[in-house]
Design a protein around this ligand. Structure first.
Ligand code: HSE
Length: 405
């Protein structure tokens, strides 16, 4: 029997126990031995839970038990999750986690520490909930150079945007529903302000380009400023407004950003709704691949945690697959002002103004709207170029959005 411990018995932690118990026979067959949850570390007691007798409140009980070979950390937040991870790796225990905050902030160091101690640090559940994306980037796409990764990385905000646009629902009500369903972070500001997606895109950037950016320093905008005017752009051309994380390399530097984009209907990401995530990987040999599925929620996320548990317990060579990440300096970070894409504007003005905007933005894509407004999409250009081009028209944009083609 293989003994493991769970740190944090919230939504994902209790889901992990559920997946292990529910799929016990399958796990035993795949690992070749039975997995037993020996300890559950939490501040609370769970007297009604069938595993309530496994609850402990002192991490040292787990660290000092040589029978425990693996720890699943699902506490959330940086501390004490990071500190307990360091202690577990140093004690020779492999760690799996869904904690994107810890991976994005300390991943390079923790991977190194795991290597030093001959154990594994795996984090499939940290991005995309239950969607396989970490392991495919590391292994299945290993023969490709990754050109860009873009997509919807936060289930809560996609759920909110979908309900607001489709049903005209109220922001606060939908957020409450997302919390009730276990999608939102303990502090949902991390979801709606874009920080959760920023952490995830820095993890994907590190997997793609080997450089771990500081998630607190990349350009990050959330959905709190989204209004009917942004939606009007999507309606004018066909498509949707989505909170997008994007990473690529620019002039040898790594760019990562999170912001609301207009996603035209031709891009499959525009059709990714509700709590689903959709992650587009552009690879130089494969071309584009879309990874789609439940991006948050108890059992989908827990299933990814348990996949890492199975990987480690059934494959003693897991540690060799772990990536090496360089912690980014300022010199490694590309500026979002240099990011080249098409840009959509909603403008108040007549046909003559629209002609002026089309000329300045080097485009023919323009739609006249009711109420003396028009929507126009520029040719691809950087933010710096687009700002200058639009300013030259003397017009004022009501709102503007980058376009994800
Ligand atoms: N709060 C996150 C989300 C949970 O909504 O995507 C999954 O990482």
């Amino acid at each position: 029997m293989i003994q493991i411990a769970i740190l944090g018995f919230g939504v994902v932690g209790s889901g992990t126990a559920e997946v292990i118990e529910e799929n016990k026979a399958l796990l035993t067959a795949r690992i070749g031995d039975e997995v037993n949850i020996k300890y559950i570390l939490d501040l609370r007691e769970f007297p009604e839970h069938p595993l309530g007798d496994r609850v402990v409140h002192d991490i040292n009980i787990i660290l000092n038990d040589p029978e425990v070979v693996l720890v699943a950390e699902m506490m959330g937040g940086s501390h004490p999750a990071y500190d307990f991870t360091v202690a577990a790796l140093k004690a020779g225990k492999s760690v799996v986690t869904s904690n994107k905050e810890v991976v994005a902030n300390f991943g390079a160091e923790l991977l190194e520490l795991a290597r030093e101690h001959g154990v594994s640090y795996l984090f499939e559940a940290s991005v995309g909930g239950g969607i396989p994306i970490i392991r495919p980037l590391q292994t299945d796409l290993a023969s490709n150079k990754i050109l860009a990764v873009s997509g919807i990385l936060n289930g809560t905000t996609n759920f909110i945007l979908t309900k607001m646009i489709r049903e005209g629902a109220d922001f606060a009500d939908v957020l409450k529903e997302a919390q009730r369903l276990g999608y939102a972070e303990a502090n949902p500001a991390a979801d709606v302000e874009g920080l959760d997606a920023a952490r995830k895109i820095t993890i994907l950037a590190a997997l793609s380009f080997g450089v771990l950016l500081d998630p607190n320093k990349i350009t990050t905008k959330g959905i709190t400023g989204i209004t009917a005017d942004h939606i009007a752009i999507a309606k004018a051309f066909g498509g949707a407004v989505k909170l997008i994380g994007h990473t690529e390399q620019l002039g040898g530097k790594t760019l990562a950003l999170v912001m609301p984009f207009f996603v035209p209907a031709a891009n499959p990401v525009s059709h990714v709704d509700d709590v689903f995530n959709g992650i587009l990987v552009d690879a130089n040999m494969l071309g584009r691949a879309l990874f789609y599925g439940a991006g948050a929620g108890k059992l989908p996320t827990a299933s990814a945690v348990v996949a890492d548990i199975i990987d480690i317990l059934s494959n003693k060579t897991s540690e060799r697959k772990m990536p090496v990440w360089k912690v980014a300096t300022e010199a490694d970070m590309a500026s979002s002002a240099d990011y080249v894409c098409r840009r959509a504007y909603l403008v108040e003005g007549c046909v003559r103004c629209a002609e002026k905007a089309k000329a300045a933005l080097k485009t023919e894509e323009c739609v006249m709207l009711e109420g003396g407004r028009f929507a126009v999409v520029s040719a691809p250009m950087s933010e710096t170029e687009a700002t200058a081009a639009f300013a030259s028209t003397g017009l004022e944009a009501i709102v503007s959005l980058p376009v994800l083609d």
